[in-house]
Design a protein around this ligand. Structure first.
Ligand SMILES: *Cc1c(COP(=O)(O)O)cnc(C)c1O
Length: 400
């Protein structure tokens, strides 16, 4: 089956239509660039939603994947010892607050595991009533029923109730709201240091510090969801580094294995010592192929020169977005290569018009544009984006 019309028609016939897709078919990638079936090139400011951190056709990722294929093993069960996942776990622990790692396959799955681990601690301490989970307005923690319960957005939750019980919600960046919500019933508090899907809203440092204090006072666990903002995206290896606050548990996924599905739950020993053999599991997690690629990704991203590049060009992207001086632009927010531009007009038509200009961008909510490119994006590519986007926004303002 070839030809873009055939692909699009068959997709709408056979693939469950949970996504609205633009009218082109992507086939090939190289660095920051994707090519469609008609040979058109697009600069990719989405990277599979913060997944393809090293861009496309990266030589080290290819080599790492090839090393697993050469060994003849794609999957190795968690029933057996394996060097590859051990190396990734060691790297994650040596370069973070964590002492132990549990691997899984996606972001939602990482948060599901974090929920279970938090409740496990309470049960171990003979406090089963200490089971409540606290999340915040604007949060996004995933689409499975537990993670969805922690994602307080009516449109996402309403058709699927009842969800996981024992969840409370407080106002993001509102210290008093958090103080009132965290009590002896609280098992864990989960927060994104920089909210992604919710509209690119950074946490206030004082807010995260207050959460740490309240959790310590109430013996609750603090969970950072760095699935989107972690692993170099904000210009430090972990987003939490710039806040001076450390969690007890951290969840990772999106970029961890360079585009292969991999999630991870990072734990302090104080949590890990409560988890026993048989408490949790995953068939696919940490297999040889994903682990080899994750090792290559981690070794690259953790290099100071690589993180410097993200800080420098990411800040440049933020500055150039902030300079777009048009009446439809309300605000620019973000850090490193996780940037948002809030508009007072609908964002979706702007995204469509950018496709026409050879730039793939996405939204984070109805009127916020989101920019989460491969971390290898260069200044000249930022310039090209800003020129195209400014033209598109000018056009949209005139059409109003
Ligand atoms: C994407 C995302 C998730 C969910 O990850 P999936 O791999 O889609 O399940 C959870 N939390 C945050 C912050 C995310 O950005």
């Amino acid at each position: 089956m070839t030809g873009k019309e055939n692909v699009i028609a068959a997709e709408s016939q056979y693939v469950l239509q949970t996504y609205k897709r633009p009218p082109f078919v992507l086939e090939r990638g190289e660095g920051m660039t994707l090519f469609d079936s008609e040979g058109r090139a697009y600069l990719d400011w989405v990277s599979g939603i913060a997944v393809n951190a090293l861009g496309y056709r990266d030589a080290e990722i290819t080599r790492a994947a090839q090393s697993a294929l050469d060994a003849g093993i794609i999957h190795l069960s968690n029933l057996y010892h394996s060097e590859a996942h051990t190396t990734v776990a060691r790297l994650l622990c040596e370069h973070s607050f964590a002492d132990k790692v549990f691997f899984c396959n996606s972001g939602a799955e990482a948060n599901e595991g974090a929920i279970k681990f938090a409740r496990r601690v309470s049960h171990n301490n003979d406090q089963p009533e200490k089971h409540e989970l606290l999340c915040f307005s604007g949060a996004f923690h995933g689409r499975t029923t537990g993670a969805l319960a922690l994602t307080p957005r009516e449109a996402y939750q309403a058709p699927f109730r009842p969800l996981l019980p024992g969840v409370a919600t407080a106002q993001f960046n509102d210290i008093e709201s958090a103080r009132a919500a965290i009590g002896p019933q609280t098992a864990a508090v989960i927060v994104e240091p920089l909210q992604g899907e919710g509209g690119i809203h950074p946490a206030d440092p004082a807010f995260l510090k207050a959460l740490r204090t309240f959790c310590d006072e109430q013996d609750a666990l603090l969970i950072f969801d760095e699935i989107q903002c972690g692993l170099g995206r904000t210009g430090t290896l972990w987003a939490y580094e710039s806040f001076g606050v450390e969690p007890d548990i951290m969840t990772l996924a999106k970029p961890l294995a360079g585009g292969l599905p991999m999630g991870a739950i990072l734990l302090r020993d104080s949590v890990a010592r409560h988890i026993q053999a048989g408490d949790h599991g995953s068939t696919f997690a940490g297999g040889l192929l994903v682990a080899r690629v994750a090792e290559a990704v981690l070794e690259r991203i953790r290099q100071p020169a690589f993180l410097n590049h993200v800080r420098e060009v990411g800040t440049y992207l933020g500055d150039r977005l902030a300079e777009i001086n048009l009446p439809c632009v309300v605000a620019q927010r973000g850090s490193g290569f996780l940037q948002g531009l809030e508009l007072d007009i609908a964002a979706a038509p702007i995204v469509d018009a950018c496709y026409e200009q050879g730039h793939i961008i996405t939204t984070a909510g109805a009127n916020i544009l989101r920019f989460v490119p491969p971390l290898i994006a260069e200044r000249s590519q930022v310039d090209s984006l800003i020129e195209a986007l400014t033209g598109v926004l000018q056009g949209a303002t005139q059409n109003d």
